[in-house]
Design a protein. Structure first.
Length: 236
């Protein structure tokens, strides 16, 4: 399937493919993800039952979240449209000894093939990178069984997020490659809530993420002016 036939920006795929080889390097281009991952996994595990659950990691990249969820007993399927990242994710399983079903596949395609197949879907730091985030959320809703949970994280479209995620992380501290984010694609919580309603989902909880890059400390907070974590449920 061509990139134009799915909900993807080829330029975005190229950005992440360029850094695939160092995905598991905690000091490399994915450093913020390494720092945020334990906090986000703990937040997820406190709200949804993972052991034995079938869990989707949409936009799994090199597998940071997927492996952490599998380590907590989930049956994880990780999907991403960047073949280089899926290859890295598969290779890392030989080191971790965990079991994850990795696929080069988009959420919309998977939703057509396996509707209502998952208990939980996670989509972290992806919706701000796709051309049509509403379509992605509809696909994720279709993939969930009635009563299933959807966990999202994204960046808020605020001056604080522009300064922190773009000026600070990409230009001043150089934690991320320049051009990783596009401010116009950041999503306000009100917009996220509206898209979830349109997808037939109910927003249950919204939290913020704090991150201090110099100390590499991350925490959950009430402030959503930069990063946000959201939990939604599918009725049923």
């Amino acid at each position: 399937m061509s990139a134009s036939a799915v909900n993807v920006d080829p330029a975005e795929l190229g950005k992440f493919a360029a850094h695939a080889a160092r995905w598991w390097d905690a000091g490399g281009a994915a450093r913020p993800l390494h720092d945020l991952n334990p906090v986000r996994v703990q937040w997820i595990a406190a709200r949804v039952a993972l052991r034995g659950a079938r869990v989707l990691d949409a936009g799994c990249g090199g597998g940071l979240l997927s492996e952490a969820l599998a380590a907590r007993g989930a049956r994880v399927t990780g999907i991403d449209l960047t073949p280089q990242l899926i290859e890295v994710a598969k290779l890392h399983l030989h080191e971790s000894g965990l079991d994850v079903d990795y696929r080069v596949q988009g959420a919309e395609d998977l939703a057509r093939a396996e509707p209502e197949a998952f208990d939980v879907a996670c989509c972290l730091e992806l919706i701000e990178h796709v051309p049509d985030p509403a379509a992605l959320l509809r696909a994720l809703a279709d993939l969930l069984r009635p009563g299933g949970a959807l966990v999202l994280s994204t960046l808020n479209r605020t001056p604080q997020a522009f300064v922190g995620a773009i000026l600070g992380a990409e230009y001043l501290l150089r934690l991320l490659p320049r051009g990783t984010h596009r401010y116009a694609r950041f999503i306000r919580p009100s917009e996220l809530a509206a898209m979830l309603r349109d997808a037939g989902m109910q927003l249950v909880e919204l939290a913020g993420l704090g991150y201090e890059p110099l100390s590499r400390r991350a925490w959950v907070s009430r402030r959503v002016d930069i990063n946000s974590l959201a939990l939604a449920r599918k009725p049923g």
